[in-house]
Design a protein around this ligand. Structure first.
Ligand code: MYR
Length: 172
């Protein structure tokens, strides 16, 4: 039995480890979307299945409690799709709210991979885990660990983002 497949406390999601003094500055800048996980039989991963890759840029807005998220998505058909969200930082919390989506909650979880972050996104009809990395290619051991952690949380449907094409340019 692989020790990684044991669902002990090391393998559960925990918010401890998010540095609140640096928050959110440690998460600003560029990120690559590498994998997602959801409960089987839901449509939570549907929007991602057409993607080849996605790069994100996170910036602080002039209003400091707001974050500007931009994405450049490379669709499998080769086209580039820009996306943009405003995330709201509630005072004293590391949970994010998305402007225009009052029922959506985004929680941050550190991951053993030092250049990664896991987001748990829940809305009325879905819950999913999203894995982002500062580097486009994730080491295989961390991908295995993400799968295992997701399984332990009941998110057994795993989608690895293919990343076979070039990245699109993020638009300002
Ligand atoms: C979606 O595709 O539904 C939402 C995408 C969110 C992308 C987030 C990528 C960067 C992760 C950094 C976390 C920063 C938190 C302060």
């Amino acid at each position: 039995l692989d020790s990684l497949s044991v669902c002990d406390s090391n393998n559960r999601l925990s918010t401890s480890g998010i540095n609140k003094t640096q928050f959110p500055s440690q998460y600003l800048g560029q990120w690559y979307f590498v994998a997602a996980a959801a409960t089987p039989g839901t449509r939570a991963l549907e929007t991602f299945t057409a993607m080849d890759n996605a790069e994100f840029s996170v910036r602080q807005c002039r209003e400091e409690q707001n974050l500007d998220f931009r994405a450049a998505i490379r669709v499998k058909d080769g086209s580039c799709v820009p996306r943009k969200w405003i995330y709201l930082l509630p005072e004293g919390s590391t949970e994010l709210r998305t402007e225009g989506h009052p029922d959506r909650l985004t929680q941050l979880f550190p991951f053993r991979c030092p250049h990664c972050i896991i987001l748990k996104e829940t809305d009325n009809s879905y819950a999913r885990l999203l894995l982002y990395s500062r580097l486009p290619q994730l080491e295989e051991e961390f991908m295995e660990e993400f799968k295992n952690k997701s399984n332990c949380e009941g998110y057994t449907d795993i989608l690895k983002i293919p990343q076979q094409q070039d990245y699109c340019q993020i638009e300002d």
